[in-house]
Structures are given as structure tokens and as C-alpha cells.
Design a protein around this ligand. Structure first.
Ligand SMILES: [Zn+2]
Length: 241
């Protein structure tokens, strides 16, 4: 069986193409060259709920105009919430009123991490085209670091102030009337994201400039030095790949 006929997530027969970055997380008109991976119908549908949850969370919490319009009457998130009592209940459960009377959001991080891992996995497969597909279990979303000083801006799954973004790959940039350009989705592959995982490869993603995610990826295939099997770590220990 050709690899392209297997679901990249579960290895069952693929009958659909799953968008690596779901279209619901982007803006219309969609970029023309969106990446997809072969997927079975069950896996494709399973991610949809988490992707819609992520969109609803961002629309409630984000400050960019394109997001804010989604929660207004008949906006896409407004319609999603009206059509799904389960999603509506999840959003309500994510909101907390603090002692100072302000409303804070505590999103379900597992669901956001689930989307982040899936997107990183797809981007990784397209970028490094490994002969043998890695397992989704080899991709780890970083634990969330919340910014205690400004809880209205939800900072999810690791954002460090020291990080200097340089090589963002902009999948979609929009320019709403009267607004500065907004990065709808961008990402980059970096090493040295933070010390505990020194020299490891990470996929760092930004969704609507609102939610950041960092996912640790497996070591990509090294085509130039295929016999190099040992990685030298910063602490002097050696670890087989
Ligand atoms: Zn599947």
C-alpha cells in the first residue's frame, strides 16, 4: 500500500485530506496553497471539535479586529455557539470571575495542545518529508506558562519574553480596513527554545497573534550525515537518536 493512502494519524485507510492548519482557524479568502495530509474520516472529524474550541476561545479573548467580529451577532463563533450547546457550555466553564470582579479565561489546555501537536506534526512532515512517518506521540506540546500580570491576554503553551522571533513563515496575513496588517497564522522551526530541551527542535506557532504554542518535534532525518547517530548534548552526555 502506498503511504499516501494511509491516515497519517492512525495508519487506517485514508479517505480524506485533512488541512494541516484548519480553514476555520484562517480567514476567507483562504491562501491558495494550504497544506494537507491524508487522513481517515474519523481522525479528520476528531480534530474538528478541538479546532472549533480553539477558535471560540481566541475570539472571546483576542484583541485583533478580525477575531472580535467573529463573536458579534451572526459572526462565525456566534453561530457555532448557538448551534452547539456543548461548545457553549465549555466556553462558560472556561470563564472565571476573580475577587476583583474581572472575568478571566482559563482555557482547556489539553484541547489547545491537541490542535498544536497536530499542526506541528503536519508542518514537520511537509518540511522534512521523513521516509518513515513519525508517530504523533513523538510530538510534545510545551506546558503552558501563564502571564500572571495580564491574564486578559491568554498566553498559552510557552511564550518567553526573551524569545526574538526572526524566521516566521507567514501562512496568512490580512489587512482589515483601517487596521494594521494582522498575522492570522504563522510558525517557525527553531532550536534552543528553552534550556531544559537545549538543541531540540521545536515548532513555534502563533494563532491570530493571540495564542502561542510550542511543540517539541522528533529529530528530523539528517540526509547529509546519515551515519551520525549520536547527539552531543550541552551537558556533555550523549544520547542515541
Ligand atoms: Zn485516522
Amino acid at each position: 500500500m502506498r503511504r499516501s493512502l494511509k491516515c497519517v494519524y492512525c495508519a487506517e485507510v485514508a479517505t480524506t485530506n485533512d488541512h494541516v492548519i484548519a480553514r476555520c482557524l484562517l480567514e476567507k479568502p483562504y491562501p491558495p496553497d494550504l497544506k494537507t495530509v491524508p487522513s481517515c474520516r474519523a481522525c479528520n472529524a476528531a480534530y474538528k471539535a478541538d479546532e472549533e474550541y480553539l477558535l471560540a476561545i481566541m475570539a472571546q479573548a483576542g484583541f485583533v479586529p478580525s477575531l472580535m467580529s467573529k463573536v458579534e451577532k451572526d459572526g462565525i463563533v456566534d453561530r457555532m455557539l448557538q448551534g452547539s450547546s456543548g461548545l457553549d457550555a465549555r466556553i462558560i466553564n472556561s470563564l472565571r470571575v476573580a475577587d476583583d470582579g474581572r472575568v478571566y479565561m482559563t482555557p482547556e489546555e489539553v484541547r489547545i495542545a491537541n490542535v498544536a501537536r497536530k499542526v506541528a506534526f503536519g508542518l514537520y512532515c511537509h518540511r522534512y518529508t521523513p521516509k518513515k512517518l513519525p508517530s504523533l506521540a513523538d510530538f510534545f506540546a510545551l506546558e503552558p506558562l501563564h502571564n500572571e500580570d495580564d491574564k486578559n491576554f491568554i498566553v498559552v503553551l510557552a511564550h518567553t519574553e526573551r524569545f526574538q522571533p526572526r524566521r516566521w513563515i507567514h501562512v496568512q496575513t490580512i489587512k482589515p480596513p483601517g487596521s494594521r496588517p494582522i498575522q492570522v497564522f504563522d510558525y517557525m522551526f527553531v532550536r534552543n527554545w528553552y534550556l531544559r530541551d537545549f538543541e531540540r527542535l521545536f515548532c513555534v506557532m502563533r494563532f491570530h497573534e493571540t495564542i502561542w504554542a510550542a511543540v517539541r518535534c522528533p529529530e528530523p532525518p539528517n540526509r547529509k550525515h546519515p551515519k551520525c547517530r549520536v547527539e552531543h548534548r550541552y551537558d556533555g552526555r550523549q544520547e542515541p537518536l
